[in-house]
Design a protein around this ligand. Structure first.
Ligand code: SF4
Length: 333
């Protein structure tokens, strides 16, 4: 396993809390390791009952509190995230960060320097990361001494300097830089940094050992997003999607959009949803509906629902329409 599941810490937490029945929750990318984790825990805690949730989980916005209550467990162990910026579970929960053991090789750093110098003539460089690689921020900063490296403060005390989430880019937005580096695997977090800052963004990927300049990819996404925003300007009927996962339920935001969209003369409906997909949109869709705005998770309109046949907007995009100002792209909120 290339990840540290902090087995000893987990065992101590379970013992100290006197838990007998424990629900383990893993995000999608870590689920394949769940059986191995249980085996390791069982070796030291043979009398504890472990259950593994296979429900989808993408963030700490989505702690399996309902499941834990139904299953009558004593404790949730949530792997792969720090607590969410805007919600903390009421159910007893232990967060295990699951840091990656991968590192950024000297060769990859050398390639990165060339890219920063030759393509961008960069002087000031921001470094951000997902939680799995956040310890690499300092290591990379010390190897980029030719540049003025800045690492921004995050939005909550649960997070580390430079740490971002798919819906929280404060650590990038809190600093000014010529180029923004994001240490992560996958695409979404780095693209999010580009969408939120509007600046060149390079993904420093410890899995592939490659540096990917995503600046033109962000530009392509922006063109598509503006197309959807322009189409939504002609809408008559909007549907606001309210999330019902506790950490994704944002009633004040829903009320705000309902009020502001009605003031602008739109007809507005609110629908609720737990796990949004194209199929769930199609089930409610009809000829009257012109545009959707998703208040649960701003990743969904950009990632999973980007090719839905009608505009499916993020809260930031809906705000641009309400403000009547399309000059500055707002992501995510
Ligand atoms: S991006 Fe979506 S899934 Fe990830 S933390 Fe934010 S709301 Fe949750």
């Amino acid at each position: 396993m290339n990840y540290n599941f902090e087995i000893e810490k987990t065992i101590n937490e379970i013992k100290n809390r006197g838990a007998k029945r424990v629900l383990l929750q893993f995000p999608e990318g870590l689920k394949p390791f769940s059986l191995q984790v249980v085996e390791q825990l069982k070796e030291k805690l043979p009398n504890i009952e472990f259950l593994i949730s296979t429900e989808p989980s993408w963030g700490a916005c989505d702690i399996a509190e309902d499941e834990a209550t139904t299953l009558k467990v004593d404790l949730i162990i949530h792997y792969g995230h720090t607590p969410y910026t805007w919600y903390y579970p009421k159910f007893p929960t232990v967060f295990i960060e699951v840091r990656s053991n991968l590192y950024i090789s000297d060769q990859q750093v050398a390639n990165l320097k060339s890219l920063l110098e030759e393509k961008y003539k960069a002087r000031r460089v921001s470094i951000t990361s997902t939680i799995q690689h956040v310890h690499l921020i300092k290591q990379l900063a010390t190897k980029l001494q030719e540049f003025d490296v800045v690492v921004g403060k995050p939005s909550s005390p649960f997070m580390y300097d430079g740490q971002i989430l798919g819906c929280d880019y404060k650590a990038a937005l809190n600093v000014e830089a010529d180029v923004y580096l994001n240490i992560s695997g996958g695409l979404f977090h780095a693209l999010g940094v580009g969408l939120a800052t509007g600046k060149p963004v390079i993904k420093v990927d410890p899995y592939t050992e490659r540096n990917e300049d995503l600046t033109s990819e962000v530009y392509k996404i922006l063109k598509v997003r503006y197309g959807k925003i322009l189409k939504a300007l002609d809408a008559k009927t909007w549907v606001i999607i309210q999330g019902v996962k506790t950490g994704q339920n944002r009633p004040l935001m829903v009320k705000y959009f309902e009020k502001k969209l009605k003031e602008r003369g739109y007809k507005v409906f609110v629908v609720t949803n737990r796990s949004l997909s194209k199929d769930t949109l199609r089930n409610v869709d009809n000829d009257e509906i012109d545009t959707f705005v998703v208040t649960s998770c701003p990743r969904l309109p950009i990632d999973d629902l980007y090719d839905y046949e009608k505009p499916v907007l993020t809260p930031g995009e809906a705000k641009m329409i309400i403000a009547g100002n399309l000059d500055k792209y707002i992501f995510p909120w």
